[in-house]
Design a protein around this ligand. Sequence first.
Ligand code: NAG
Ligand code: NAG
Length: 236
Amino acid sequence: MYTQLALASSILLAAFTQQAVAVDKTRDPSLVASLDDAATQLDRLALLTDDAAWKFDFNEQKPNYNFAPGGVINMNAATFPAAKGNGMTLAMLNLGPCSMLPPHYHPRASNYVVAIHGNTTTYMYEENGARLVTETLLPGEATIFPGGAMHMMVNNGCENAQLVSALNAEDAGTQNIGNVFTNGFPFELVNAAFGQDLASSDVASKMTPVGTGSNWGLSECLKTCGVQPNGTTVKV
Ligand SMILES: *[C@@H]1O[C@H](CO)[C@@H](O)[C@H](O)[C@H]1NC(C)=O
Ligand SMILES: *[C@@H]1O[C@H](CO)[C@@H](O)[C@H](O)[C@H]1NC(C)=O
C-alpha cells in the first residue's frame, strides 16, 4: 500500500510521461457528409442499406481494443456513421493491470462512466475552486464527469478493468492536460505561469507519443502484478 500522498505524486509523475490520446479518424467522410445532408431519418436509413452498417464491434477496434496498456474505443460519428445525428458517443475504456487514463477533459460533452470489470479509481477536478472528487468503481457502479471537468482514472488491480462511457456529443473531443507541456506553448511562459521549471524540450521529448488513450500506471503496482510495461506478464 502506498500513502495517499505518494500515490498522488506518483500518479502525477506518470501523468507527465503521457501526453496524447488517440484521435478518431473519420472512416467514411463522404457517407457522413451525406448523412449530415439528409433531411429525414428515412433518408439516412436509405444510405445505410446494409444491416451490418448498424452494428459496431468494440472487440474488433484494433489497436485501441487492448489491455497492454489499454485504450479508449469510441463509437461515434467518426468511427460509426450510423451514429451521425444522434448526439452521443459510446466509449469502451479498457485498462490493463495498473493502467490509467491520463488527466484530460472533453470540451464538448458530459461523461457518464459505469464499471463493468475490475476496480478503478476516478479523480475529478471540475474547475478552479472546486474540490477533488474521488470514486472507486466496482462492476455496476458509475460516476459522472460534467462537461469540461478534468478527470483521470487508474485500474487498482492486477486484472483487466473495463468501463463503458456515454458522452452527450457525437464529437465529444478529448484534451489531455499534458498538451500544456508539448504542443507549442512557450516553455518559459508555461514555467512563469506555474512558478517553476516544469516545461522544457527534454520534458516534451519524454512524453509518450499519441497512443490508444491509456498509459501504464505506477511502477510499484506493475511490479506487484508482475507485469512488464510492454505488456509481458511475468511470474512473481
Ligand atoms: C479496490 O482497490 C482499492 C485501492 O487499491 C482497495 O482499497 C479496495 O479494497 C479494492 N476493492 C475491492 C472490492 O477489491
Ligand atoms: C518486455 O520486457 C521484458 C523485460 O524488459 C523483456 O524481457 C521482453 O523481451 C519484452 N518483450 C517484448 C515483447 O518487447
